[in-house]
Design a binder for this molecule. Sequence first.
Ligand code: TMP
Ligand code: ASP
Length: 236
Amino acid sequence: MEKTVQLYEGKAKKVYATDDPNLVIVSYKDDATAFDGAKKGTIRGKGAVNNRMTNFLMRKLEAAGIPTHFVEELNDRETVVKKVQIVPLEVIVRNVSAGHFASRYGVEEGIAFDEPVLEFSYKNDDLHDPLLNTSHALALKLATKEEIATIKSMALKINDILKDFFAQCGVRLIDFKLEFGKTTDGQIVLADEISPDTCRFWDAKTNEKLDKDRFRRDLGNVEEAYEEMMRRVFGE
Ligand code: TMP
Ligand code: ASP
């Protein structure tokens, strides 16, 4: 499968067309941004880590019955995926208080919840991805009622699977962000990525941060954290 024209360049990935109108190729970059692109940098090796980890996890989720956009890994940075229309919702699942949950509601980080918290943001950088609920999403026609119900139940099932898997790797899955897409035949599938850019991972013993918060918060050892997560997942 060959890339043809570039269709889109996002903050962390590029998307190319292919000869097949139903397939595109994503290419993961080492570029890192935070705070709506206000903070910029490079995390060496990140593209390969995020590509390989995403594909590994998408295969695992597929095996557990979750439909995804994944088709085929081409090389360290590039993957063939189904062409989808992204539902403009950032679907966040939280198991432990951190980040915006902690700052928005004035609680400390690290409080484990009895039940996972499911949250939507409107995927719109100009508006700074505002938090919204199901009725806001319906009013804005971002998705149908049925699609939102599917997305919610898939997100919670994905949380169960990922939480168990990362626990086996000695990692606490604190929270993460998912994006879903609609295929040309109207099926809702998991899209985008699942990586240290889009998840909070804390070491199970020490609570050391092993994710993009090291970049967001200038904690140092950013590349090392991404490499450590590769070792945890692949045993490399
Ligand atoms: P938050 O606490 O900043 O809302 O982040 C929740 C989770 O979502 C965290 O694992 C990081 C991830 N995330 C993204 O993937 N992209 C984003 O733009 C933001 C703000 C968070
Ligand atoms: N990458 C996101 C941005 O620049 C933010 C983040 O992951 O914190 O908007």
